[in-house]
Ligand binder design. Sequence first.
Ligand code: AVJ
Length: 345
Amino acid sequence: MTTFVFPTTAVHIEEPVAYQRIAHDHPVDEGVAAVVRAGLRSKPKRLPPWLFYDAAGSRLFDEITERPEYYLTRTERGIFAAHADAMIACATDEARLRITELGAGSADKTRLLLKSAVTRQGTVVYEPLDVSASALEAARKRIEQEIGGVRVAPQVMDYTHGNGHGLELMPTEAGERRLVLYIGSSIGNFDPPDAMRLLRRVRGGLRPGDGLLLGVDLVKDEETLLAAYDDVAGVTADFNLNLLTRLNRELGAEFYLDSFGHRAVWNRAESRIEMHLESRIAQRVRLKSLDLEVDFAEGETIHTENSYKYRHGQAEAMLAEAGFAAAGSWTDERGWFEVCLGRAE
Ligand code: AVJ
Protein backbone atom coordinates (compact mmCIF):
# COMPACT_ATOMS: atom_id res chain seq x y z
CA MET A 1 0.00 0.00 0.00
CA THR A 2 1.34 3.43 -0.98
CA THR A 3 0.40 6.55 0.92
CA PHE A 4 0.18 9.94 -0.75
CA VAL A 5 0.10 12.68 1.84
CA PHE A 6 -1.98 15.61 0.68
CA PRO A 7 -1.89 18.85 2.69
CA THR A 8 -5.18 18.05 4.39
CA THR A 9 -5.78 14.36 3.93
CA ALA A 10 -4.16 11.06 3.00
CA VAL A 11 -5.20 8.86 0.11
CA HIS A 12 -4.43 5.17 -0.06
CA ILE A 13 -3.89 3.57 -3.41
CA GLU A 14 -3.54 -0.10 -4.19
CA GLU A 15 -0.08 -1.33 -5.04
CA PRO A 16 0.35 -1.33 -8.84
CA VAL A 17 0.87 -5.09 -9.00
CA ALA A 18 1.23 -5.23 -12.77
CA TYR A 19 4.28 -2.99 -12.65
CA GLN A 20 5.89 -5.25 -10.11
CA ARG A 21 5.48 -8.27 -12.34
CA ILE A 22 6.80 -6.49 -15.42
CA ALA A 23 9.76 -5.13 -13.47
CA HIS A 24 10.82 -8.67 -12.66
CA ASP A 25 10.39 -9.91 -16.22
CA HIS A 26 12.42 -6.97 -17.43
CA PRO A 27 16.19 -6.90 -17.10
CA VAL A 28 17.06 -3.54 -15.56
CA ASP A 29 19.26 -1.42 -17.84
CA GLU A 30 22.25 -0.51 -15.67
CA GLY A 31 22.83 2.81 -17.45
CA VAL A 32 19.25 3.88 -16.83
CA ALA A 33 19.37 2.62 -13.23
CA ALA A 34 22.58 4.50 -12.42
CA VAL A 35 21.49 7.80 -13.91
CA VAL A 36 18.05 7.65 -12.24
CA ARG A 37 19.50 6.79 -8.84
CA ALA A 38 22.01 9.65 -9.01
CA GLY A 39 19.49 12.14 -10.43
CA LEU A 40 16.76 11.49 -7.87
CA ARG A 41 19.19 11.62 -4.95
CA SER A 42 20.74 14.89 -6.08
CA LYS A 43 19.45 18.26 -4.96
CA PRO A 44 17.75 19.71 -6.96
CA LYS A 45 16.44 16.48 -8.49
CA ARG A 46 17.14 15.99 -12.17
CA LEU A 47 16.91 13.39 -14.93
CA PRO A 48 18.66 13.57 -18.32
CA PRO A 49 16.51 14.31 -21.42
CA TRP A 50 17.72 11.24 -23.33
CA LEU A 51 15.43 9.24 -21.02
CA PHE A 52 12.43 10.75 -22.86
CA TYR A 53 13.03 8.69 -25.96
CA ASP A 54 11.58 5.24 -25.39
CA ALA A 55 9.17 4.08 -28.11
CA ALA A 56 6.23 6.06 -26.72
CA GLY A 57 8.40 9.13 -26.07
CA SER A 58 9.77 9.12 -29.61
CA ARG A 59 6.22 9.02 -30.95
CA LEU A 60 5.20 11.87 -28.66
CA PHE A 61 8.18 13.94 -29.80
CA ASP A 62 7.11 13.47 -33.43
CA GLU A 63 3.65 14.65 -32.39
CA ILE A 64 5.14 17.72 -30.67
CA THR A 65 6.83 18.75 -33.92
CA GLU A 66 3.39 18.96 -35.51
CA ARG A 67 1.78 21.12 -32.81
CA PRO A 68 1.11 24.68 -33.98
CA GLU A 69 3.03 26.14 -31.00
CA TYR A 70 6.20 24.14 -31.73
CA TYR A 71 7.62 26.45 -34.38
CA LEU A 72 11.15 24.96 -34.37
CA THR A 73 10.77 22.06 -36.81
CA ARG A 74 8.57 23.97 -39.24
CA THR A 75 10.86 27.01 -39.21
CA GLU A 76 14.05 25.04 -39.75
CA ARG A 77 12.39 23.05 -42.54
CA GLY A 78 11.46 26.35 -44.20
CA ILE A 79 15.10 27.46 -44.04
CA PHE A 80 16.22 24.23 -45.71
CA ALA A 81 13.46 24.44 -48.31
CA ALA A 82 14.68 27.90 -49.29
CA HIS A 83 18.44 27.39 -48.98
CA ALA A 84 19.40 23.70 -49.23
CA ASP A 85 21.02 24.18 -52.63
CA ALA A 86 23.06 27.14 -51.38
CA MET A 87 24.12 25.21 -48.27
CA ILE A 88 25.23 22.19 -50.28
CA ALA A 89 27.05 24.38 -52.82
CA CYS A 90 28.78 26.22 -50.02
CA ALA A 91 29.88 22.97 -48.37
CA THR A 92 31.11 21.12 -51.47
CA ASP A 93 33.46 23.69 -52.91
CA GLU A 94 34.14 21.46 -55.98
CA ALA A 95 34.65 18.25 -53.98
CA ARG A 96 32.23 15.31 -53.68
CA LEU A 97 30.14 15.47 -50.56
CA ARG A 98 29.44 12.72 -48.05
CA ILE A 99 26.71 13.61 -45.57
CA THR A 100 26.99 12.45 -41.95
CA GLU A 101 24.16 13.18 -39.54
CA LEU A 102 24.34 13.16 -35.74
CA GLY A 103 21.04 11.42 -34.97
CA ALA A 104 19.03 9.01 -37.09
CA GLY A 105 17.71 11.41 -39.66
CA SER A 106 15.34 14.29 -39.10
CA ALA A 107 12.96 13.12 -41.81
CA ASP A 108 11.96 15.79 -44.32
CA LYS A 109 14.64 18.27 -43.24
CA THR A 110 17.48 15.88 -44.04
CA ARG A 111 15.69 14.82 -47.21
CA LEU A 112 15.86 18.37 -48.59
CA LEU A 113 19.65 18.41 -48.18
CA LEU A 114 20.11 14.89 -49.61
CA LYS A 115 18.04 15.84 -52.66
CA SER A 116 20.20 18.89 -53.28
CA ALA A 117 23.33 16.75 -53.02
CA VAL A 118 21.92 14.15 -55.45
CA THR A 119 20.95 16.88 -57.91
CA ARG A 120 24.44 18.30 -57.74
CA GLN A 121 26.57 15.16 -57.86
CA GLY A 122 24.28 12.30 -58.98
CA THR A 123 24.65 10.12 -55.88
CA VAL A 124 25.52 10.69 -52.24
CA VAL A 125 26.59 8.58 -49.28
CA TYR A 126 24.51 9.34 -46.19
CA GLU A 127 25.79 8.20 -42.78
CA PRO A 128 23.35 8.62 -39.91
CA LEU A 129 24.90 8.07 -36.45
CA ASP A 130 22.69 7.06 -33.55
CA VAL A 131 22.71 4.95 -30.38
CA SER A 132 19.54 3.20 -31.54
CA ALA A 133 20.07 0.47 -34.15
CA SER A 134 16.32 0.26 -34.73
CA ALA A 135 16.04 4.01 -35.35
CA LEU A 136 18.91 3.74 -37.85
CA GLU A 137 17.29 0.81 -39.64
CA ALA A 138 14.01 2.71 -39.95
CA ALA A 139 15.88 5.76 -41.31
CA ARG A 140 17.76 3.60 -43.82
CA LYS A 141 14.56 2.01 -45.17
CA ARG A 142 12.72 5.31 -45.36
CA ILE A 143 15.49 7.19 -47.12
CA GLU A 144 16.49 4.51 -49.61
CA GLN A 145 12.82 4.13 -50.53
CA GLU A 146 12.13 7.82 -50.92
CA ILE A 147 15.22 9.24 -52.61
CA GLY A 148 17.06 7.56 -55.44
CA GLY A 149 20.82 8.04 -55.54
CA VAL A 150 21.33 7.93 -51.78
CA ARG A 151 23.42 5.11 -50.30
CA VAL A 152 22.73 4.90 -46.58
CA ALA A 153 25.59 3.71 -44.37
CA PRO A 154 24.33 3.79 -40.77
CA GLN A 155 26.72 3.67 -37.82
CA VAL A 156 25.63 2.79 -34.27
CA MET A 157 27.35 5.30 -32.02
CA ASP A 158 26.81 7.41 -28.93
CA TYR A 159 28.26 10.67 -30.21
CA THR A 160 27.26 12.53 -27.03
CA HIS A 161 29.72 10.78 -24.74
CA GLY A 162 33.24 11.87 -25.42
CA ASN A 163 36.46 10.52 -24.01
CA GLY A 164 38.64 13.37 -25.17
CA HIS A 165 38.98 11.86 -28.66
CA GLY A 166 37.44 13.02 -31.92
CA LEU A 167 34.39 11.31 -33.38
CA GLU A 168 35.40 8.04 -34.97
CA LEU A 169 33.99 8.23 -38.48
CA MET A 170 34.54 6.09 -41.54
CA PRO A 171 37.49 7.59 -43.44
CA THR A 172 36.52 9.68 -46.48
CA GLU A 173 38.04 9.03 -49.87
CA ALA A 174 40.45 11.33 -51.68
CA GLY A 175 38.55 14.21 -53.31
CA GLU A 176 35.66 13.70 -50.91
CA ARG A 177 34.45 16.09 -48.24
CA ARG A 178 32.33 15.32 -45.27
CA LEU A 179 29.43 17.51 -44.23
CA VAL A 180 28.22 16.76 -40.70
CA LEU A 181 24.62 17.71 -39.91
CA TYR A 182 23.72 18.60 -36.36
CA ILE A 183 20.31 20.12 -36.85
CA GLY A 184 16.96 20.41 -35.10
CA SER A 185 18.37 22.44 -32.19
CA SER A 186 19.65 19.19 -30.71
CA ILE A 187 22.70 21.02 -29.36
CA GLY A 188 20.30 23.06 -27.22
CA ASN A 189 20.08 20.20 -24.73
CA PHE A 190 23.72 20.75 -23.69
CA ASP A 191 24.91 23.45 -21.33
CA PRO A 192 27.55 25.73 -22.90
CA PRO A 193 30.65 23.80 -21.72
CA ASP A 194 29.21 20.45 -22.87
CA ALA A 195 28.08 21.98 -26.17
CA MET A 196 31.64 23.21 -26.75
CA ARG A 197 33.06 19.79 -25.87
CA LEU A 198 30.73 18.18 -28.40
CA LEU A 199 31.62 20.63 -31.17
CA ARG A 200 35.34 20.11 -30.52
CA ARG A 201 34.79 16.38 -30.60
CA VAL A 202 33.11 16.66 -33.99
CA ARG A 203 35.96 18.87 -35.21
CA GLY A 204 38.42 16.22 -33.98
CA GLY A 205 36.85 13.67 -36.33
CA LEU A 206 37.07 15.94 -39.40
CA ARG A 207 39.73 17.06 -41.84
CA PRO A 208 40.34 20.65 -42.94
CA GLY A 209 37.73 21.62 -45.53
CA ASP A 210 35.03 19.35 -44.08
CA GLY A 211 31.89 21.08 -42.84
CA LEU A 212 29.48 21.19 -39.93
CA LEU A 213 25.93 22.42 -40.43
CA LEU A 214 24.48 23.44 -37.08
CA GLY A 215 20.82 24.32 -36.45
CA VAL A 216 20.05 26.42 -33.36
CA ASP A 217 16.91 27.99 -31.95
CA LEU A 218 17.13 31.73 -31.27
CA VAL A 219 15.97 33.85 -28.34
CA LYS A 220 12.57 35.40 -28.98
CA ASP A 221 9.66 36.70 -26.92
CA GLU A 222 8.96 34.70 -23.80
CA GLU A 223 5.34 33.94 -24.67
CA THR A 224 6.30 32.23 -27.94
CA LEU A 225 9.08 30.26 -26.25
CA LEU A 226 6.89 29.07 -23.39
CA ALA A 227 3.99 28.09 -25.66
CA ALA A 228 6.33 25.89 -27.72
CA TYR A 229 7.11 23.88 -24.57
CA ASP A 230 3.59 23.87 -23.14
CA ASP A 231 1.20 23.32 -26.06
CA VAL A 232 -2.52 23.59 -25.33
CA ALA A 233 -3.20 20.04 -26.54
CA GLY A 234 -0.90 18.83 -23.76
CA VAL A 235 1.39 16.74 -25.96
CA THR A 236 4.53 18.23 -24.39
CA ALA A 237 3.08 17.53 -20.94
CA ASP A 238 2.47 13.91 -21.95
CA PHE A 239 6.02 13.73 -23.35
CA ASN A 240 7.47 14.96 -20.05
CA LEU A 241 5.24 12.73 -17.89
CA ASN A 242 5.97 9.69 -20.07
CA LEU A 243 9.38 9.69 -18.42
CA LEU A 244 7.69 8.62 -15.17
CA THR A 245 5.71 5.93 -17.01
CA ARG A 246 9.03 4.64 -18.31
CA LEU A 247 10.52 4.50 -14.81
CA ASN A 248 7.41 2.70 -13.54
CA ARG A 249 7.81 0.08 -16.25
CA GLU A 250 11.56 -0.33 -16.33
CA LEU A 251 12.52 0.23 -12.71
CA GLY A 252 9.41 -0.94 -10.89
CA ALA A 253 8.86 2.64 -9.79
CA GLU A 254 5.55 3.71 -8.29
CA PHE A 255 5.10 7.21 -9.62
CA TYR A 256 1.44 8.15 -9.55
CA LEU A 257 1.12 10.23 -12.70
CA ASP A 258 -1.76 12.38 -11.50
CA SER A 259 0.39 13.59 -8.62
CA PHE A 260 2.90 15.26 -10.98
CA GLY A 261 2.45 18.16 -13.38
CA HIS A 262 4.36 19.44 -16.40
CA ARG A 263 6.09 22.79 -15.96
CA ALA A 264 7.96 24.83 -18.57
CA VAL A 265 10.02 27.80 -17.38
CA TRP A 266 11.97 30.45 -19.29
CA ASN A 267 15.27 30.95 -17.45
CA ARG A 268 16.32 34.28 -18.88
CA ALA A 269 19.67 34.47 -17.08
CA GLU A 270 20.74 31.11 -18.53
CA SER A 271 18.94 31.69 -21.85
CA ARG A 272 17.15 28.37 -21.70
CA ILE A 273 13.73 26.82 -21.49
CA GLU A 274 13.61 24.36 -18.62
CA MET A 275 11.17 21.51 -18.33
CA HIS A 276 10.30 20.16 -14.91
CA LEU A 277 8.01 17.55 -13.41
CA GLU A 278 6.43 19.13 -10.38
CA SER A 279 5.11 17.12 -7.47
CA ARG A 280 1.64 18.43 -6.67
CA ILE A 281 1.84 17.03 -3.14
CA ALA A 282 4.29 15.97 -0.47
CA GLN A 283 4.90 12.31 -1.14
CA ARG A 284 7.32 9.42 -0.96
CA VAL A 285 7.85 7.36 -4.13
CA ARG A 286 9.37 3.90 -4.16
CA LEU A 287 11.52 2.59 -7.02
CA LYS A 288 11.50 -1.12 -6.33
CA SER A 289 14.24 -2.28 -8.69
CA LEU A 290 16.58 0.38 -7.30
CA ASP A 291 15.63 -0.39 -3.71
CA LEU A 292 15.17 3.36 -3.36
CA GLU A 293 12.59 5.65 -1.80
CA VAL A 294 12.46 9.29 -2.81
CA ASP A 295 10.75 12.07 -0.87
CA PHE A 296 9.13 15.02 -2.60
CA ALA A 297 7.99 18.22 -0.96
CA GLU A 298 4.82 19.80 -2.33
CA GLY A 299 5.89 21.83 -5.40
CA GLU A 300 9.33 20.20 -5.60
CA THR A 301 10.44 19.44 -9.15
CA ILE A 302 12.55 17.03 -11.15
CA HIS A 303 14.42 19.05 -13.77
CA THR A 304 14.13 16.97 -16.95
CA GLU A 305 15.41 19.16 -19.79
CA ASN A 306 17.22 22.32 -20.79
CA SER A 307 16.69 23.75 -24.22
CA TYR A 308 19.17 26.58 -24.79
CA LYS A 309 18.24 29.51 -27.02
CA TYR A 310 20.99 31.46 -28.74
CA ARG A 311 21.49 35.03 -29.85
CA HIS A 312 22.22 35.82 -33.47
CA GLY A 313 25.94 35.26 -34.11
CA GLN A 314 26.44 33.04 -31.07
CA ALA A 315 26.39 29.77 -32.99
CA GLU A 316 29.09 31.10 -35.32
CA ALA A 317 31.17 32.15 -32.32
CA MET A 318 30.88 28.66 -30.83
CA LEU A 319 31.83 27.10 -34.16
CA ALA A 320 34.86 29.41 -34.38
CA GLU A 321 35.94 28.44 -30.88
CA ALA A 322 35.74 24.77 -31.90
CA GLY A 323 37.94 25.29 -34.97
CA PHE A 324 35.41 26.03 -37.71
CA ALA A 325 35.55 29.13 -39.92
CA ALA A 326 32.18 30.76 -40.67
CA ALA A 327 31.15 29.68 -44.17
CA GLY A 328 27.48 30.64 -44.22
CA SER A 329 24.47 31.34 -42.07
CA TRP A 330 20.77 31.24 -42.94
CA THR A 331 17.68 32.25 -41.03
CA ASP A 332 13.91 32.66 -41.55
CA GLU A 333 12.10 35.94 -42.15
CA ARG A 334 11.16 36.28 -38.46
CA GLY A 335 14.71 35.52 -37.32
CA TRP A 336 13.50 32.69 -35.08
CA PHE A 337 15.93 29.92 -36.03
CA GLU A 338 19.39 29.83 -37.53
CA VAL A 339 21.39 27.33 -39.54
CA CYS A 340 25.16 27.92 -39.64
CA LEU A 341 27.83 26.29 -41.74
CA GLY A 342 31.33 26.03 -40.31
CA ARG A 343 34.32 24.86 -42.31
CA ALA A 344 36.98 22.90 -40.45
CA GLU A 345 40.25 24.85 -40.43
C1 AVJ B 1 14.85 17.58 -29.59
C2 AVJ B 1 16.07 18.80 -27.94
C3 AVJ B 1 15.45 19.85 -29.98
O1 AVJ B 1 14.56 21.11 -27.06
O2 AVJ B 1 13.00 21.64 -28.46
C4 AVJ B 1 10.68 19.39 -27.53
C5 AVJ B 1 13.09 18.47 -27.37
N1 AVJ B 1 11.44 19.02 -25.56
N2 AVJ B 1 9.74 19.72 -26.63
C6 AVJ B 1 13.76 20.81 -27.93
C7 AVJ B 1 11.77 18.96 -26.84
C8 AVJ B 1 10.21 19.48 -25.45
C9 AVJ B 1 13.68 19.36 -28.42
N3 AVJ B 1 14.99 18.89 -28.96
